[in-house]
Design a protein around this ligand. Sequence first.
Ligand SMILES: [Zn+2]
Length: 264
Amino acid sequence: MQVVDHQGFRVAIAPALADNYIYLVHAQGADAALVVDPAQAEPALAAAQALGVRIAYVLNTHHHWDHTGGNHALRRAAGAEVLGPAHEAIPARTHGLVGGETLHLAGLQVEVLSVPGHTRGHLAFRIGDALFSGDTLFLAGCGRLFEGTPAEMWASLARLARLPATTRIYCAHEYTLANLRFAASLGSPRTNEVRARLQKLQHLRAQGRASVPGRLDEEHRTNPFLWPLDASMRAWIAKRFGVDADDPIACFAALRRAKDRYRG
Ligand SMILES: [Zn+2]
């Protein structure tokens, strides 16, 4: 289990299922912690035990089972409160969230952001310089549009992209290598930077280390789904996919369709 130190808190990264990450966030000096997106209860409980804390809160970004599968067991085993999207079916939920809330949980200040697109009620959680982005913003990628429109997902990604450049991104899946391979396949003006990140990450993953957390400024450069923010990249996307360079939503949608078709 990897633990990342932040100012005043730390984040334990607990792998679960095939490629999910469960995050345990613990404020310095607190006896309790919160868990984000427990696919399963056991890895979260093991992380809490390793850090010597109890799990007081579960936060869910969205309703999919691989983000909520541990809710009931954590409520039973640890008595945790369960907070998730108010308008999604969240197992064992005790408090519904819609975005815009600022919560104070276990010594942590949590800003709740509404970021629909992957699901209608999808939330992201911001704690200090850490962003828990669920299945909205992945490292070098973004979630599939299961319930939302390209316009909704684009607005959500653009919103997250405006956070400070030093924001550390903790997404819910280890998809980064596959995402970078897709990005490299596009033949964009950013290909060298994408390849450099891919190589660096291949070494890291070979050592069994997680790709998370990423940094937002690196996402701006090498995540194709943020490229429509940049006018020169929009011009390239427009030429490559035959869409309007003045329309970032169309540029984003073209990239998302290309990724859905990609079988690299
Ligand atoms: Zn999902």
